[in-house]
Design a binder for this molecule. Structure first.
Ligand SMILES: O=C(O)C(=O)Cc1ccccc1
Length: 294
């Protein structure tokens, strides 16, 4: 039997595709492209793939709540690694339709009736939309690659997309404007989740992600949770409250801790939090891989 690992991700030509090519550069893994994020998760949850790759947070728009909620409520797949990757969007369309002389650089705003993209990509380009395409209708789809494909299959309608250069090349469309993301330093954080372990000999930084549900009748419980980390001098890199989906006004806290679980301090901090009546669910303890420009 082949030991080649299978990784589920959004379609070819998406930002996820670029990020996964970067993460697994030089390694022999099989990419299983899925139409939308729910399919990505399901593919690993039902054993068809070893891992899923999930965009979880980005510089401009913050957490991708839909993806965090899937990870927490719909599947039980441990986090195996995280890494960041720059997400660069481009305005893509057919220059013969969107400019008067067919030159991509001469695209005209009033010829663009609608721009499509993934919601995360759209959120990253809103200033560009406001200043350069104020009259265009906006539509969000399952991925940037789907948006580019939709433009390709609807010629003559004045449609354009925000997406990658790879998707533009695949669909034989033009890059009308490069790098339309609102801030240059725009990175997306990706998670590798799944039941198969992931080894990375080069990792030097580790994180542990936990979900904490506070007892209802305990004033100051969050303060106690934070102090369990604070007096041990353990750094938190993220804390976010999300609805439990069980009752209005009931929340859990998603906490990223900058320490591996197999250190003396971490189990002690978790035991202290449990002792005050909080429920703690471990989402994973994993390497945090730096981005090195290739
Ligand atoms: O649709 C894509 O290209 C994705 O991979 C989702 C996404 C979009 C924008 C930034 C990061 C991930």
């Amino acid at each position: 039997m082949s030991s080649r690992k299978k990784v589920a991700l959004l379609p070819r030509g998406t930002v996820s595709d670029e990020a996964v090519r970067y993460m697994f550069r030089g390694q022999d893994v099989e990419f299983v492209y899925c139409k939308m994020i729910a399919d990505v998760f399901q593919s690993t949850a039902n054993g068809h793939t070893d891992w899923s790759v999930i965009p979880i947070e980005n510089t401009i728009d913050g957490s991708v709540n839909l993806h965090i909620d899937w990870l927490v409520h719909e599947v039980d797949l441990p986090i195996r690694a995280e890494w960041v990757f720059p997400s660069i969007q481009n305005l893509i369309g057919d220059a013969s339709e969107l400019s008067s002389d067919g030159n991509p650089a001469h695209w005209e705003a009033d010829k663009i009736k609608k721009v499509m993209s993934h919601p995360v990509a759209m959120a990253q380009c809103l200033q560009f939309v406001r200043s350069r395409l104020p009259h265009a209708e906006l539509e969000t789809l399952n991925s940037t690659a789907e948006a580019v494909r939709t433009v390709k299959s609807n010629p003559g309608k004045g449609w354009a997309a925000f997406g990658t250069k790879l998707a533009a090349a695949d669909m034989e469309l033009d890059v009308l404007e490069e790098g339309v993301t609102d801030h240059d330093n725009n990175f997306t954080r990706f998670l590798l989740v799944g039941n198969a372990p992931y080894e990375n000999a080069t990792a030097t930084t580790y994180k542990t992600s936990i979900l904490v549900t506070l007892p209802e009748d305990y004033p100051g419980a969050l303060h106690q949770v934070l102090s369990a980390f604070a007096w041990r001098r353990i750094n938190l890199s993220k804390i976010e409250s999300r609805p439990t989906k069980k009752k209005l006004g009931s929340y859990y806290f998603y906490i990223d801790v900058e320490l591996a679980l197999d250190t003396v301090l971490m189990p002690a901090a978790i035991a202290e939090i449990e002792a005050i009546g909080c429920q703690v669910r471990l989402l994973g303890s994993y390497p945090s891989l730096p981005y090195e420009q290739t």
